[in-house]
Write a protein that binds this ligand. Sequence first.
Ligand code: NAX
Ligand code: K
Length: 499
Amino acid sequence: MAPLKKILNVAQIRATDKYTMDNAPIASIDLMEQAALAFVKAFEKHSNASKKIIIVCGVGNNGGDGLAVSRLLRQKGMDVHVMLVKFKETLSADCKINKNRLKEVEELTVTDTVPDFAAYDIIIDALFGSGLNNPVKGFPAAVIAAINKAEKTVFSIDVPSGLPCDAISTSKSIVNNSHVISFQRPKLAFFFPEHRAYIRDWEVVDIGLDEAFIQAQKSNYFLLDESVAKIVKIRAKQSHKGTYGHALLLAGSHGKMGAAVLSTKACLRSGVGLLTTCVPKCGYNILQIAAPEAMCLTDENAHFLTELPTLSNYDVVGAGPGIGKDKLTVKMLQSLLEKSTQPLVLDADAINIISANQKLLALLPKRSVLTPHVKEFDRLVGPSKNTLERHEKQGSFSKKHQCIIVLKDAYTCISSTTGEFYINTSGNQGMATGGSGDALTGVITGLIAQHYDLLNAAIVGVYFHGKAGDKGAEKKGYNALLASDIVENLRIQPYGYTH
Ligand SMILES: NC(=O)C1=CN([C@@H]2O[C@H](COP(=O)(O)OP(=O)(O)OC[C@H]3O[C@@H](n4cnc5c(N)ncnc54)[C@H](O)[C@@H]3O)[C@@H](O)[C@H]2O)[C@@H](O)CC1
Ligand SMILES: [K+]
């Protein structure tokens, strides 16, 4: 497995800070300065000297960062007002040093009236960072409420103040709608849909923490970012179509041939050697005209799939896009589960059929990839009260059935059979449109045909499917983006290669 970045919890972040300070070595005040410099470099891309900025600082090291950022922005000639919110008398050592390095700081104590922030264009939020130990209440909660009420452009240092880094928040006393500039790694909490209101966007800046130490930490959560390209196989000059496998797709029904076409085209764009798509009779002309590169098998039935074709020629079978749930299709799926010896990719109605006929679960072959969205997953295993509980169920399902689950959402989460989770960072809201999932099924199926192991096929497929959506959105914008644009923009490129 190529080195994918690990996501750390708060205890691990602290251990990394300490390790970096002891081993770089670097004094904690200098590490804070490095963090502030990195924040400023990122922040400058979003602002300019005409903006009136207020930095709202707490008394811990997150506040210390805020004070250091104030100094650095003032040195650049920016109009910065600094407010130190003393919800507690004692300042952390580095917060104190940074306060003393500033000429003007407005101090606000618990007996003061909470200000409104109407006079400013931008609020930089440095009240609480990863040191938060409880939901915020009382005076600091009132300051957070005032920040939210002002409805200004907000940037948070490291995390939106009030958001716990590793858990799902039970409190709403959290800075809203923030662009978060986070240190070294995004925090797990950024990926929970429960926290959507707090995070407008996030980016990560390198503050010089020890990467080897981070990667040596025991974490079950990994990030899918540009490092995924390191897993992509290089296509050898002397290769032929046989090198890249033969995939079979079982897709489409009357009125849903689009799903078959999209999964077929996406599978072809994954680099597969050969592809056969099996469709009901009504789909023959549609598929042959829309995707001449694919071979087409037709079912006896005009409207939906009823018979399993002979499987022996294929390296992988992808089933589900647009197949519907007729009882003859259920029988066909059952015989697929019983007879296949090759890996399966199951999507959409294939998953819905299993959810509605739970006895089919016992037939699920070990080498399968299931690609449900959240609702399909809940139908399969029952509802969860929140995302962390759903992840737990996902992990148990993957272990129990020895299959990969691709749980599709704004941040798609892939679970391995050994308890790891891979969270995708590519893609965008334009991809929340019919047919996106069909395209993903095609890509993953095509990668497995090329002899990627199942987990890597899911990782590469999900990440580059998202990148294709991002590329498509550059041209079309979020609203006009279609699943066909995702297919058209697929480009699965190995690291360091331009082709
Ligand atoms: N090595 C690192 O990771 C670095 C961390 N830095 C910054 O340090 C931050 C963490 O700093 P700290 O650990 O000092 O913690 P914070 O600055 O997040 O907050 C801690 C302070 O808030 C208080 N507090 C916590 N929860 C509270 C609650 N619910 N209500 C009222 N008071 C509460 C604590 O008693 C403490 O005084 C990071 O988020 C980051 O911004 C940077 O200085 C750079 C280096
Ligand atoms: K903050």
